[in-house]
Design a protein around this ligand. Structure first.
Ligand code: BGC
Length: 428
């Protein structure tokens, strides 16, 4: 019997008429007995929703129900607006997915429960890297459970198109541009591009790193040094970005990131520059790295990793049952098995150090080592577009400038000047 026939038989079955009622009663009973968590998140693509399902399933095993509160929109821009209004109206969810500076911000406003009990019993101080602890702890207290580490300096490539066009994996910016040119000349779109502010800046931060190197990235986007922001190197960065944009298609404005990923998956485009959540979509389509698609660090950025990490923050509550469920959820998220299982679907690498990478795909195995090496060499740096380099006010100011540059003929020197001015006014 196929699944559809089975479902139909079940629906037609007279003696099953009461089944929905029975299921509803069981559902209510379960919610009353063991409680339910409401979790705000922006994981709405196929792979993202599937990865979140791993948490839902683990909670269900402990008898905890799940109320999903998804807010579509990459990088959480829309989700953060909804979260703010839930909190200001005095109705926070049980927990929410956030990125670095947003976690800090809610901690500073005393909105968060501390997770110190769980962190102590699970020895989080010893297993999460310092770069993550910087954001998951506030004033010495754990205020978030890290799901994983993502990084933004990746290129995702269509392997058969590379083979067809005789393209070898590029290792320098010039080779990268030359390969995009080849694709364009053969009638393909070179760069699968989603024209949304957070995606524009995700690509921009890759170009900053490829053009100026790790020290320059840090000075400009983390230290927010005005001289670096309005420097010759920044002008060169904008020149390189302008060159890169020649290889996107005309329908890019407004396109969601996963639709851009689908262009690479479906052989419409050669590359996408995107964080490794894009790999989740390839894996979800049953594609294999090295065979069906290629992953490599954006040429010119091989020695550094620009990272972000999704954090689960829990909101302070007087309800003892909610508190207990928050602890259970934090414990699950930080556990070794979950860290592996989640990253296998999500495309990320575990945030925990020291796990065996055997069960991860080939890109993630390399990625996990690269994160460790970058942490050791001090080239593990927060992503600006994904909330780990500067507070939201600065991030949003940068989004505006970069997107105006992408969507106009703004000259590079004007862009660099405006960037420095926008950052200055966001920080003063
Ligand atoms: C998050 C990822 C998410 C991506 C696209 C990033 O900021 O860290 O988990 O998949 O945005 O929405």
């Amino acid at each position: 019997m196929t699944r559809t026939t089975k479902a139909r038989t079940l629906l037609n079955c007279m003696s099953c008429a009461l089944l929905p009622l029975a299921l509803a009663i069981t559902g209510v009973a379960q919610a009353q007995d063991n409680g339910e968590v409401e979790v705000l998140n922006w994981w709405t693509s196929g792979s993202e929703a599937k990865a979140l399902g791993a948490l839902k399933d683990d909670l269900a095993e402990k008898g905890i129900g799940w109320k999903n509160m998804p807010v579509a929109g990459g990088a959480g821009t829309n989700a953060m607006a909804v979260l703010r209004s839930r909190i200001t109206s005095g109705n926070p969810p049980t927990a929410a997915q956030v990125l670095g500076y947003d976690a800090r911000d809610w901690a500073e406003r005393d909105a968060l429960a501390t997770l110190d009990d769980v962190a102590t019993s699970e020895q989080w101080n010893d297993v999460f890297p310092a770069a993550i602890q910087d954001f998951a702890k506030h004033d010495g207290h754990w205020i978030a459970a890290p799901f994983e580490i993502h990084s933004t300096n990746w290129v995702w490539a269509n392997k058969s198109m590379m083979d067809e066009l005789g393209i070898e994996q590029p290792t320098s910016w010039d080779e990268f541009i030359a390969s995009l040119k080849k694709a364009k000349e053969a009638g393909y779109t070179g760069l699968a591009y989603g024209g949304q502010p957070w995606q524009d800046t995700t690509v921009f931060e890759n170009v900053v790193l490829a053009t100026g190197g790790a020290d320059f990235y840090r000075q400009a986007l983390i230290d927010l040094d005005p001289q670096a922001l309005d420097s010759d190197t920044m002008v060169e960065t904008f020149d390189n970005l302008r060159e890169l944009l020649k290889y996107k298609d005309d329908n890019s404005p407004g396109r969601d990131w996963n639709l851009a990923t689908a262009m690479v998956i479906n052989g419409k485009a050669l590359y996408q520059i995107m964080g490794d959540w894009a790999k989740g979509e390839f894996l979800n389509a049953n594609l294999e790295p090295g065979k069906d698609f290629m992953c490599f660090r954006t040429p010119g950025t091989q020695d550094a990793v620009t990272f972000n990490s999704d954090l689960m923050i829990m909101f302070e509550t007087d309800d003892g049952q909610q508190q207990a469920m928050q602890k259970t959820m934090a414990q699950i998220i930080g556990s070794p098995d979950f860290q592996i299982a989640f990253s296998q679907i999500k495309g990320s690498v575990p945030a925990r150090t020291g796990l065996s990478a055997d069960k991860l795909d080939a890109c993630a195995q390399r990625g996990y080592e690269q994160v460790k090496a970058a942490a050791d060499n001090d080239t593990l740096m927060g992503s600006l577009a994904h909330g780990y380099a500067a507070p939201a006010s600065v991030k949003n100011a940068v989004f505006d400038i970069i997107s105006s540059f992408v969507n106009s003929d703004m000259p590079s020197d004007v862009a660099a000047e405006q960037l420095a001015a926008a950052v200055q006014s966001a920080t003063s």
